[in-house]
Write a protein that binds this ligand. Structure first.
Ligand code: F6P
Length: 350
């Protein structure tokens, strides 16, 4: 069997660990040839497909390395029109590809599934630092991003303490607050603001004022998709050739401007941005990514196509891609972590 492997959408720590585990498992099995596809679906879209053979040597020494050796892109969509799809079909035929292991988010999953139209089967592997893929309780990359954001929040705290400031730290996460919630709890943030709970400015002001009297500094952790009650999300830019029509970012600065007039302390904002996506995966993510990659290879061997690897109740399994494509797993407002944060006195802005 000829098996293509590609990474689509935004990168995240642990992609290389999946590529390594898929490749090694398939080679060990003995009847598979593995082809790496460059830059997500873009590598299949031109007149000359961009691919390279993946053997044991090509995937050795990459377990701990961040990013993806294959490159990625969130622009190329082979399903965008008939001519593009037909070209992809010719490339698939020329390469002799039977299956593609698509490592990506919800958008990548739905595109991979759509390639059945040109005779290409697929197995999906979920990745995202946002941890927002339906039916998957933990995607690899998330643990590393939480660790990076937590470290940043702790660093900001010491300078907040020295200057008696209110420090707002913005995490990524799109429309899901998992990253802000876990990093906020792990760094003992005083206020955690999530996209799932619209915040009341007065509640945040009250918490900062109370702390101005006693501790004299406040740490606010805010997810990029959060918004004030009655307000709207802060859009950094609109994107044309992407499954995601907007890029979020900058809500920390918006909140800073709204808060400052009401407080004596200085208010400062830090947007963590792509540092959360970079760097070496944590040991947890290396192990999870290896488990995902190994399971994806088993699914290829068993002919278990059109499905995505998942983690549910701590166990590796799979779900139909049709059930996850273009859906998102946001934080339920009654989630145990939300209740815990509230019960230990964290202000959630409501
Ligand atoms: O989905 C992962 C993610 O990092 C989001 O948290 C963030 O909103 C987005 O990607 C940023 O995308 P880009 O790298 O295209 O700016």
């Amino acid at each position: 069997m000829r098996v293509g492997v590609l990474t689509g959408g935004g990168d995240c720590p642990g992609l290389n660990a999946v590529i390594r585990a898929v490749t090694k498992s398939l080679i060990q099995h003995g009847r598979c040839e593995v082809i790496g596809i460059a830059d997500g679906f873009e590598g299949l879209m031109g007149e000359l497909p961009r691919t390279r053979a993946l053997g044991w040597e090509q995937v050795s020494g990459i377990l701990h390395v961040g990013g993806t050796i294959l490159g990625t892109s969130n622009r190329g969509n082979p399903l965008k029109d008939d001519a593009t799809l037909a070209q992809v079909g010719r490339n698939v035929l020329a390469l002799g590809l039977d299956v593609v292991v698509a490592i990506g988010g919800d958008g990548t999953m739905s595109i991979a599934h759509g390639l059945r139209a040109v005779g290409l089967q697929c197995v999906g592997v979920p990745k995202t630092i946002d941890n927002d893929i339906a039916h998957c309780e933990r995607s690899f990359g998330f643990d590393t991003a939480v660790a990076t954001a937590t470290d940043a929040l702790r660093r900001v705290e010491s300078t907040a303490y020295s200057h008696h400031r209110v420090m707002i730290v913005e995490t990524m996460g799109r429309h899901a607050g998992w990253l802000a919630l876990e990093a906020g709890i792990a760094s003992a943030a005083d206020v955690i603001l999530l996209p799932e709970i619209d915040y009341d400015l007065q509640a945040v002001i009250d918490r900062c004022r109370a702390r101005e009297q006693r501790q004299r500094y406040t740490i606010i952790c805010i997810g990029e998709g959060a918004k004030e009650r009655g307000g709207s999300q802060t859009v950094r830019e609109r994107v044309v050739h992407s499954p995601d029509p907007v890029r979020l970012g900058g809500v920390a600065h918006v909140l800073r401007e709204r808060l400052q007039p009401h407080l004596q302390s200085e208010v400062r904002a830090t947007v963590l941005g792509h540092v959360q996506r970079g760097g070496d995966p944590t040991p947890f993510d290396r192990v999870l990514a290896t488990r995902f990659g190994h399971h994806a290879a088993r699914m290829v061997i068993d002919g278990d196509f059109g499905r995505m690897v998942t983690l549910q109740g701590g166990a590796i399994g799979s779900v139909a891609i049709a059930d996850v494509a273009n859906t998102q797993r946001t934080v339920p407002v009654d989630h145990e972590l939300v209740v815990t944060a509230r019960d230990i006195g964290v202000c959630l802005g409501d």
